[in-house]
Ligand binder design. Structure first.
Ligand SMILES: Cc1cc2nc3c(=O)[nH]c(=O)nc-3n(C[C@H](O)[C@H](O)[C@H](O)COP(=O)(O)OP(=O)(O)OC[C@H]3O[C@@H](n4cnc5c(N)ncnc54)[C@H](O)[C@@H]3O)c2cc1C
Length: 303
């Protein structure tokens, strides 16, 4: 069964991943801002280029392309922008919507999707009835197409978004220490096992030796305010080659964010802590003794 799909992501790499799946299902159209349009057209999508990528312009553009092209499926990436956008599009179209789907399978009159439920402990299979279906897709759910596709055309699209109801009061740069967690190859992460903010220096030392980014559990960020971003179901979902969880108990909300890590190492003094079950390597011990020793040992090895 061939299904026409409309794809959008503010991130070109993720847009190409969505396009990879769309082309498996049938013809693909894309909405893209600026330079991104070239990459998507090259990748095989009939691409509608817009000048401005505010949420209102994107919503108007996707609605206009949906009107012209009648896609059966609208796939938008589960980036922060995509999660804002998709429900707005679905509500205007009166369409069914499902968020964070990692599998999408259209069939006659409906689209079957899979996504994590109950904090990542189970997978739910759901069906969206009616056309079009609107879904958001987490990054890395699909692979971009390796073979060359027949390039699509680029069509300039002029849309005027409604006046924004959002007023930007201030812009602040992100702290660099905990930025870029999603793409990090190595992450060392702090939990409530750390007694004081200054103790994070131990983790920074270890991160320095491993060339790692620093993450944390939600309480360390949301309750204690020691870092901007946390790892887990309500925070960043990460997929490093190595994830070192230090003083983290390993609740399902945290586990859901690290399940794509290749190797997980846990340092926790409680032998019964759930994180040990999730880990490939467990150290049952006090972070205040283990982390400095680990840092010293690794330094010796790289000398
Ligand atoms: C809707 C919702 C969403 C949530 N989303 C997230 C999320 O995205 N990410 C997330 O992380 N949490 C999330 N949580 C919170 C989650 O339920 C847990 O409360 C949190 O993950 C626990 O953080 P922790 O492991 O740092 O702390 P704790 O559970 O308090 O664990 C601390 C651990 O440190 C160990 N420890 C203590 N001292 C030492 C020491 N000296 N040496 C070694 N080990 C030591 C203890 O044995 C313990 O296992 C969410 C909760 C809700 C309700």
């Amino acid at each position: 069964m061939s299904v026409k799909t409309l794809v959008y992501s503010d991130n070109t790499e993720v847009a190409l991943q969505l396009l990879g799946r769309a082309l498996e299902l049938g013809p693909a159209v894309a909405v893209a801002a600026g330079d991104q349009a070239g990459a998507l057209a090259e990748g095989g999508a009939k691409t509608f280029r817009i000048g401005e990528a505010s949420i209102e312009h994107l919503r108007a553009a996707i609605l206009e392309v949906a009107r012209r092209e009648s896609p059966a499926l609208i796939m938008i990436a589960s980036t922060r922008r995509g999660r804002e956008l998709a429900p707005r599009v679905a509500s205007v179209l009166g369409a069914g919507y499902c968020g964070d789907c990692f599998e999408v399978e259209p069939s006659e009159g409906s689209v079957r999707v899979k996504r994590l439920a109950y904090g990542g402990s189970t997978i739910a299979t759901e069906a969206i009835k009616g056309t079009p279906a609107v879904v958001t897709i987490p990054p890395r759910s699909f692979k971009k197409r390796e073979e060359r596709a027949t390039p699509g055309e680029v069509i300039e699209l002029n849309v005027t978004g409604a006046a924004s109801a959002v007023r930007v009061l201030e812009r602040r740069p992100k702290r660099t220490g905990d930025a870029g967690l999603e793409n990090a190859k190595v992450i060392v992460s702090a939990g409530r096992g750390f007694k004081k903010r200054e103790d994070l220096a131990m983790l920074e030392e270890l991160a320095g030796v491993l060339g790692a980014k620093i993450g944390c559990s939600r309480p360390v960020s949301a309750d204690l305010g020691w870092m901007d971003q946390w790892v887990g179901i309500s925070g960043k979902r990460v997929a490093p080659r190595l994830y070192v969880a230090c003083g983290i108990s390993g609740t399902i909300q945290h586990a859901a964010g690290i399940r794509d890590s290749q190797t997980i190492v846990a340092v926790n003094s409680d032998e019964a802590a759930g994180i040990h079950e999730l880990s490939d390597y467990s150290i049952v011990g006090d972070i205040y003794a283990v982390l400095p020793a680990l840092t010293r040992a690794l330094r010796e090895r790289v000398k």
